[in-house]
Design a protein around this ligand. Structure first.
Ligand SMILES: [Zn+2]
Ligand SMILES: [Zn+2]
Length: 309
C-alpha cells in the first residue's frame, strides 16, 4: 500500500515533466487559461518558452510561440492523459503574437507544421505585429521541402493545414472576434521595438489581459482595470540593482520591476495577477512575491508551466 502511494506521488510530481505537481486553479468550465510556457530567453530546463493558451468552450487561442509550446499543449490534451479537450493539437487554429523577439517566436514553425501533421485541415490564422507576414513567408520557404514531401510523398496529408493566413496589426482595438472571444490589441512600450502588443481577451465569463513584454504602461492600466486576470511579465528588483549600468539601462527600458507591477496592480485592481516571463537572476519566486506584496495586497501567483487558471 505504501509503495503504491509513493508511486502515485512520484507520478503526480512527474506529470508536468518539470519536476513539480501540475496545478489547476481554474474556476470556470467555460474559460481556462493554460500557461504553456512561463520562460524568458534564458533556457531554463524547468520552463518552456513564453506561451499562453486561452481555451474557451474547448477552442484554443494561443498567445506567443515560445519554444516548446506544442508539446506543452499536448501534455494537457486527452491524447496524452490530460483533461483539456481544447488542447488536442489539431484544434490549434488561432494564434496571437505580442512581438517578434525570438523567445516568443522560435516555436512558430512547430505551431504551423505539427498541428497539420496530426490532422489540422484548415489554415492557421495568426495575428501579430508588422513583420509577422514576412516571418511567416520565410518559415514556409524554409520548410518547403518538408511540406512538399508530406503533400506529394507516400504519406497522405491534406493541402490546407500547412497554410497560414497572417494578419498584421496596425492599430489599437478589436483585432479578432468570434462566438467565444473578443480580442483587443493595445500597444506596449518594449525598448526600441516599433511594434509590441498586449492583448485583452473577453470571453463569455472572463476578462483576461496579457501584458507581453513591456515597461510600465498606461495602456496596461487602462485595459487591465477590473479584469479578472492580469498576466504580466516582471523582474526581481533587488537583483536588478546589482547589475551593471548597461544591463540596468536595458531592462529599465524593456521590462517591468516588481515595484512597478505593484503600482499597476494597485491601480487596475484585477481579480488575480499571474506572473510569467519572470527575470529572477538568482532570486526566487518568493522573493518576487514579497517585493510585490510591499506595494500590493491583492492576489498574486507566480505561474509555473502547465498551471491552469
Ligand atoms: Zn521575452
Ligand atoms: Zn521581448
Amino acid at each position: 500500500m505504501k509503495i503504491q502511494l509513493l508511486v502515485t506521488f512520484v507520478c503526480i510530481l512527474l506529470a508536468s515533466g518539470n519536476g513539480h505537481a501540475q496545478r489547476d486553479f481554474s474556476t470556470s468550465d467555460v474559460t481556462k487559461i493554460v500557461m504553456l510556457g512561463t520562460g524568458t530567453p534564458n533556457p531554463s530546463p524547468f520552463q518552456s518558452g513564453c506561451s499562453v493558451a486561452i481555451v474557451v468552450n474547448d477552442t484554443p487561442y494561443i498567445v506567443d510561440f515560445g519554444p516548446g509550446l506544442v508539446r506543452q499543449a499536448a501534455a494537457l490534451s486527452p491524447r496524452y492523459g490530460g483533461e483539456i479537450e481544447g488542447l488536442y493539437i489539431r484544434k490549434i487554429k488561432r494564434a496571437f503574437l505580442t512581438h517578434l523577439h525570438s523567445d516568443h517566436t522560435t516555436g512558430y514553425p512547430d505551431l504551423i507544421l505539427t498541428p497539420w501533421v496530426v490532422g489540422r485541415d484548415e489554415p492557421l490564422e495568426v495575428y501579430g505585429p508588422e513583420g509577422i507576414n514576412k516571418m511567416t513567408e520565410n518559415i514556409l520557404e524554409a520548410y518547403e521541402h518538408d511540406i512538399r514531401y508530406r503533400l506529394y510523398g507516400s504519406e497522405p496529408a491534406n493541402n490546407q493545414g500547412w497554410r497560414v493566413n497572417s494578419h498584421e496589426i496596425t492599430k489599437e482595438g478589436v483585432v479578432y472576434r468570434d462566438e467565444n472571444v473578443k480580442v483587443e490589441a493595445f500597444p506596449v512600450p518594449h525598448g526600441s521595438w516599433p511594434n509590441a502588443w498586449g492583448y485583452r481577451f473577453t470571453t463569455p465569463d472572463r476578462v483576461i489581459v496579457i501584458s507581453g513584454d513591456t515597461t510600465p504602461s498606461e495602456k496596461v492600466f487602462d485595459y487591465a482595470r477590473g479584469a479578472d486576470v492580469l498576466i504580466h511579465e516582471v523582474y526581481y528588483k533587488k537583483a536588478y540593482d546589482e547589475k551593471s549600468a548597461f544591463w540596468r539601462n536595458y531592462h529599465a527600458k524593456n521590462h517591468t520591476s516588481t515595484y512597478e507591477l505593484a503600482d499597476i496592480a494597485q491601480e487596475a485592481k484585477p481579480g488575480l495577477v499571474v506572473l510569467y516571463h519572470m527575470l529572477l537572476w538568482g532570486g526566487t519566486e518568493e522573493d518576487l512575491l514579497s517585493e510585490i506584496a510591499e506595494g500590493y495586497k491583492g492576489k498574486v501567483v507566480a505561474a509555473k508551466d502547465l498551471d491552469i487558471y
